[in-house]
Design a protein around this ligand. Structure first.
Ligand SMILES: [Zn+2]
Length: 511
């Protein structure tokens, strides 16, 4: 059995979850479920990033303490994950005591090693972004913040720095030897290009308390707190017990996959591997940066008022439909354009017409012709099924392992559509009329077995529908510990129990 440790970014709690957060967690959950199907031992970590001035301000605006405010937002995230069937193993908060201990310990280790020093910082500071910028960085933006374009404050103050620059050459050669360390390749090239063209500045990892009061106190200097990014990145090791639960940590580290959005690539592909290397730890096996969902070609933002609310989507269309749409519509890694019209069309064509209708028709025939009891003397798959079944058994796992979710779904749907066509071609109603009973039994048995196999393949994407179909097929016992061993032709017979349609058609006139 091999282990698989995957993480999502920690979501910043200054606002409620939006579709982008849902996207990352749906992708991570789908991968976690797939790995469990493969019988890997999985540890799936998600959580929240709760320190920093933005959180304190958002709390203050609501008349709450930062922790009270964070508790409420955290509850909102957890509610969303429950609605979306996100099967995480641990939810970490950067306000957790163990996490805070790990952050302090890491700083002590790096201090003792000589990788942290105190120095005077001269430059520009953006209060809302909590970021420092050098003179050269702000030249191009005429003295404004390169990230949020707000005016900057010119400052001179003492701070603690981590020696990022010391490890630049190491990172360059590490990336050269490990082209899979950052994916997709467009992001790998971006990081490598950046490191070729720029000299890294040391990373300022403290903030004076008069500027940022809500944070982890800097060990050995109570006038400072730890910079929120340095604090947050360490969750990936504190979440599996770095330093305090050594055995558990050794079992899971290095992480197999960090899922992130492409906007936080530099923190994960430059700062993070360097911090780990300085701690004598291996970098994660893969950092995968996915794209953004745009709304009518624009990036979602509060100011544009075009944020897609995942709670509304789930309420209107169901959680499986949202999971399916986000992973089927665009290849994972690229940007996508979210539109209500595309969403509804996808539900109607793929889920209602293809999958939902197949299950409904076959279960209907099973009840109508045989009272729900279907077995057959002949058990091997029909010749018509064989090429696509073989193709799926060869292609599904590699597609999923390489995070090509939409390609995996496309192949599964080819088989679903083949079964729909099989019904049209074989005309079971004529078999029934002509009393070709054994033939009709074999026909229905084959479809039920085909549906059962399809259900295994779609279960990482559609956990609710997957469980529902297994119940309808009388295969509820498979729900616990479903594995890829189930994708072979093996059932002896079915006792079916027809349910209501899985994905009701949505009236397109509401568009
Ligand atoms: Zn800014």
């Amino acid at each position: 059995m091999s282990k698989f440790y995957l993480t999502t970014p920690l979501y910043y709690v200054n606002a409620s979850p939006h579709i982008g957060h849902a996207y990352t967690n749906i992708a991570a959950d789908t991968l976690a479920r797939f790995k469990r199907l493969k019988k890997d031992e999985v540890f799936f970590l998600t959580g929240t990033d709760e320190h920093g001035e933005k959180v304190r301000e958002a709390a203050q605006a609501k008349g709450k303490s930062p922790k009270e405010f964070a508790d409420e937002v955290v509850a909102n995230f957890q509610k969303l994950w429950k609605m979306l069937d996100i099967s995480y193993d641990f939810f970490i908060r950067t306000t957790d005591e163990l996490h805070k201990k790990v952050v302090k310990k890491v700083i002590e280790i790096l201090w003792d090693k000589g990788d942290i020093y105190k120095s005077t910082y001269k430059g520009f500071y953006c209060i809302p972004c909590e970021s420092f910028f050098s003179e050269t960085q702000v030249k191009e933006t005429e003295g404004r913040c390169p990230e949020c374009k707000r005016p900057l404050e010119e400052i001179k103050e003492d701070n603690y720095f981590f020696k990022l620059s010391k490890y630049q050459e190491w990172l360059k050669s590490y990336l050269k030897d490990n082209p899979g360390a950052v994916k997709p390749s467009i992001r790998y090239n971006e990081v490598v290009g950046f490191l070729e063209a720029n000299s890294l500045n040391d990373l300022c990892i403290s903030r004076p308390k008069h500027r940022v009061s809500w944070g982890i106190e800097f060990p050995g200097d109570s006038n400072y707190v730890v910079y929120v990014w340095f604090d947050a990145l360490l969750n990936y090791i504190s979440g599996v017990g770095f330093y305090y639960q050594e055995e558990n940590f050794r079992k899971w580290w290095p992480a197999d996959c960090h899922f992130i959005g492409k906007d936080i690539l530099r923190q994960h592909a430059i700062f993070w591997p360097i911090i780990l290397h300085a701690l004598d730890l291996s970098p994660p096996n893969t950092v995968f940066a996915h794209g953004w969902w745009l709304v009518e070609q624009e990036k979602m933002s509060k100011s544009k008022g075009n944020i897609v609310n995942p709670f509304d989507c789930i309420e209107e269309f169901g959680s499986d439909a949202l999971r399916y749409f986000l992973l089927r519509e665009i290849p994972f890694g690229l940007d996508g354009n979210f539109s209500r019209e595309k969403f509804i069309k996808r539900i109607n064509s793929d889920l209602a017409n293809d999958l939902g209708n197949l299950v409904f028709r076959v279960l209907n025939m099973s009840e109508k012709y045989f009272g729900g009891k279907v077995s057959s003397l002949k058990r091997e798959p029909p010749l018509e099924f064989k090429p696509l079944l073989d193709d799926l058994s060869k292609s599904y796992v590699p597609f999923m392992d390489s995070l090509e979710f939409s390609s995996a779904l496309e192949r599964v749907w080819s088989f679903i559509n083949l079964m729909n066509k099989f019904i049209e071609d074989k005309k079971p109603w004529i078999m029934w009329r002509e009393r070709r009973i054994e033939e009709l039994k074999y026909f229905l048995f084959s479809l039920l077995e085909g549906i059962r196999i399809v259900t295994v393949y779609v279960s990482p994407f559609l956990p609710k529908a997957g469980a529902d179909i297994l119940s309808q097929l009388g295969q509820s016992s498979l729900k616990e510990n479903l594995t890829l061993d189930e994708v072979c032709w093996k059932t002896e017979g079915f006792i079916t129990q027809k349910g209501s349609p899985l994905f009701p058609r949505i009236d397109e006139s509401i568009l």
